[in-house]
Design a protein around this ligand. Structure first.
Ligand SMILES: O=C(O)CCC(=O)C(=O)O
Length: 293
């Protein structure tokens, strides 16, 4: 709820803060599904008022930084038609930081990965404009020079996303198969990965998101999204987490060289990614020592 002057009232602020700090009741079954499927969509991660607040915040920040403003969809390539993409809003605005660095999401990421904590890799707003095109099949780790697969993206729609607005769809279990790992997002990745998934009998899970749902997918899970056939933009914030002990791998392609320079510039190959751009967002408490030892 907004106060009369358009600011979020103090009691609402406190309510949002409580929600952002509180543990989400993740179950063993959620974790099992995540391990087996490579993704999980969790209901009720955010309440309607919290979501509405961050919808206003993220939408204003994203539209003010829109890198393709004024370029008609038909003059862009497939990647450019898929979404407006704005990076690392957590560095630009305290409200964006409040969402992107919140303990609630970071703890879910930690528990799903089964690590002792997570760091931030980066965040991205991904808005699919009305009439915006599909997002081709791909795996995120094609872009990321990481030494293990212990990384996960939280895909946070800022409103309900029906099928006709391009929700994120996943190839179930594809993180366990070596399909299309060298393909960057393109018409080729859509065609070649789509055909390979069909040949391997891998199921595509394409479902609507209710308001407050957040999905989490592993870096090697193949995913895509349909076009936005509605008249409203599909507004999504994402946060990418990695194992707190993640080391930088030798970049395997130019995308990975670029991401090394952009997201963890001070880290050398082989080191833990402890750059100021990669803060620890959650760490499990150490086991207390056994009495008498
Ligand atoms: O939002 C989209 O359309 C694509 C999102 C995606 O590829 C991701 O978050 O990894």
């Amino acid at each position: 709820m907004e106060a009369g002057n358009g600011e979020t009232a103090m009691s609402d602020r406190e309510g949002i803060d409580r929600e952002l700090a509180e543990r989400y009741p993740l179950t063993m079954e959620d974790c099992r599904r995540f391990r087996e499927d490579g993704f999980v969509r969790l209901p009720g991660v955010f309440q309607p008022d919290t979501l509405a607040h961050f919808d206003r915040v993220i939408t204003a920040l994203t539209m003010a930084r829109n890198p393709v403003a004024g370029v008609p969809l038909e003059r862009r390539d497939t990647y450019g038609r898929a979404f407006i993409q704005v990076f690392n809003l957590w560095l630009e605005d305290p409200e964006a930081r409040r969402l992107c660095c919140c303990p609630r999401l970071a703890r879910i990421a930690t528990e799903l990965l089964g690590t002792r904590g997570v760091r931030l890799w980066h965040d991205q707003a991904l808005f699919k404009e009305p009439g915006g095109g599909f997002t081709p099949w791909h795996a995120d780790q094609q872009y990321w020079p990481m030494a293990s697969g212990l990384c996960v993206t939280a895909w946070i729609p800022l409103h309900a996303v029906p099928l006709e607005q391009g929700p994120l769809a996943f190839a179930r279990g594809s993180h366990l198969r070596r399909i299309g790992r060298d393909l960057e997002i393109s018409d080729d990745s859509e065609r070649l990965i789509g055909a390979a998934l069909g040949a391997a009998g891998i199921v595509e899970v394409n479902e609507a998101y209710a308001a407050g749902d957040v999905s989490f997918h592993l870096g090697w899970t193949l995913h895509r999204a349909g076009p936005n056939m509605t008249t409203a933009p599909r507004r999504v914030q994402t946060v990418i987490y990695m194992d707190v002990d993640m080391r930088l791998a030798e970049p395997r392609n130019t995308n990975q060289q670029r991401d090394h320079a952009a997201w963890t510039p001070s880290t050398h190959v082989g080191e833990v990614m402890d750059d100021p751009l990669n803060p620890v967002l959650h760490q499990e408490e150490a086991e207390p020592p056994m009495p008498g030892r």
